[in-house]
Design a protein around this ligand. Structure first.
Ligand SMILES: [Zn+2]
Length: 453
């Protein structure tokens, strides 16, 4: 650290001198110094890693609420692997930063997609084992004060990885050994200026979910100004329900269990949730014979049809017809399972909060992609609507049985922003009728698209 400070100091002085001479602009100075700072450098590095990752899966998703998979998927889509082998295409974590003390451990939660990838083996590596080590299942242990990066790579597809920035703080007793020897000092466990969590309340103490479904109690830790409001979540029976580090509870099998949240800062403070998991009901909503998945109508968690063969055949026909007109259409995303959508959505909730996530990502069960009747084509950018391909799609897709499901200026009715790339298969007759009506599907059927809560 001292060395870095000296380098910094020297740089700052050089910059100042240069500025004083009028040879360098302020902008240059500002640019130079943070670049050289070790701490900042690492922050940049981790930010870059994260944002790269996010552009891969996220810029895509942000644009398409019901969609999330990846552009990368379509680009790197395993043309070079054995036929039939489903490769890992993306890794997301429930956290990209870990702050631990020396001797403490933490473990990011990994989601590899697609769901059906055959080899989800993980390879974990620490950039500096003198700061933190990581074991083969991703448990990170603080070794000494400092920062390093821990990377998880897909064994199956080494191009796919995710990085966690690890900060290891000194164990309070480490710096001053006399403290540990002094029993009085030891009693004063709470350092000056640290406010302990004194109580935890939840917005619900009972959760009833179907197998595969999730729910997340909202936690309030008091006092307001508590220094560390970190939560530790635990399920009494993970074969009934699991809980992630953000308190998102997922039903695994029929039964009951208890989920406990404890203050990391003050382990005596905790709250319990009774969890009841029931078998999924296979209730789908058809209106005028049309399967509906929107914010009002959900699909059951066990509805897992894959791509509908009739929709696929119609799509192939449409792509061929477009090619005849010099228009290239291709699929970016098709079927998505309930559980894929759940991990994607839950990740966004963990990162941005539910209100924000609901603006760009469908809740599990509410994505039209789970019907197997929806496709995203070419580009998940709204500007796609202005391209020759986007215009062709808008004017011609009904002839093949598709509609643009989330048209412009219908957000308040469909519940989703304009998505010129998302088509829904309805069959030629219904699609033509919807197209000629100028209405969106909700208006056409006289239904709503609003979450119940
Ligand atoms: Zn879509």
């Amino acid at each position: 650290m001292k060395k870095i400070l000296m380098v910094l100091l020297a740089l700052a002085m050089t910059a100042q001198m240069l500025a004083a001479c009028g040879k360098k602009s302020d902008i240059d100075t500002e640019d130079t110094i943070p670049e050289i700072t070790l701490g900042d450098d690492e922050t940049h590095a981790s930010d870059d890693v994260d944002s790269d990752k996010e552009t891969e899966s996220n810029s895509v998703d942000k644009k398409d609420p019901t969609e999330t998979d990846n552009n990368t998927g379509s680009v790197t889509d395993a043309p070079d692997t054995e036929p039939g082998h489903v490769r890992v295409e993306s890794i997301t974590l429930d956290k990209y930063e870990v702050n631990i003390k020396v001797g403490e451990t933490d473990m990011p939660w990994v989601t590899m997609l697609p769901e059906e990838a055959e080899n989800k083996g993980e390879e974990w590596k620490s950039s500096d084992e003198s700061v933190a080590t990581v074991n083969y299942y991703g448990e990170i242990t603080g070794v000494s004060r400092g920062e390093c990066m821990v990377t998880v790579t897909s064994k199956d597809n080494p191009e796919v990885s995710a990085t966690v920035k690890v900060t290891v703080l000194a164990d309070e007793t480490e710096d001053d050994p006399s403290e540990t020897l002094d029993p009085n000092e030891n009693e004063a466990e709470v350092p000056d200026g640290v406010v302990l969590v004194e109580s935890i309340t939840l917005d619900k103490y009972e959760v009833a979910i179907e197998v595969g479904a999730s729910d997340m109690p909202w936690v309030t830790m008091l006092p307001e100004n508590a220094t560390d409001k970190s939560e530790l979540w635990e399920s009494s029976n993970t074969s009934v329900a699991t809980v992630n580090s953000y308190g998102n509870i997922t039903g695994v099998s029929e039964g009951e269990c208890t989920v406990t949240v404890t203050s990391k800062d003050n382990p005596e403070v905790k709250a319990e949730v009774r969890v009841k998991v029931t078998a999924p009901t296979d209730e789908r909503t058809y209106i005028d014979g049309i399967l509906i998945a929107n914010k009002t109508y959900a699909l059951p968690s066990n509805y897992n049809p894959g791509i509908d063969p009739a929709a696929q055949a119609a799509l192939d026909q449409m792509i061929a017809a477009a090619a005849g007109d010099g228009i290239t259409l291709y699929v970016v995303s098709g079927f998505r399972s309930y559980s894929s959508q759940a991990s994607i959505y839950n990740n966004y909730v963990a990162r941005d909060g539910q209100a924000e996530a609901d603006r760009y990502s469908a809740r599990p069960g509410h994505s039209e992609h789970q019907t197997g009747l929806a496709f995203d084509l070419n580009s998940l950018e709204q500007s796609f609507g202005q391209t020759a391909e986007g215009k062709w799609l808008k004017e011609n897709c009904y002839k093949y049985g598709f509609i643009i499901r989330y048209p412009e200026n219908k957000e308040s009715i469909t519940g989703y922003m304009y998505e010129p790339w998302h088509v829904r298969y309805l069959g030629v007759d219904v699609a033509t009728s919807v197209y000629n009506s100028g209405l969106c599907l909700e208006e056409y059927l006289g239904i709503t698209s609003v979450y119940a809560d």
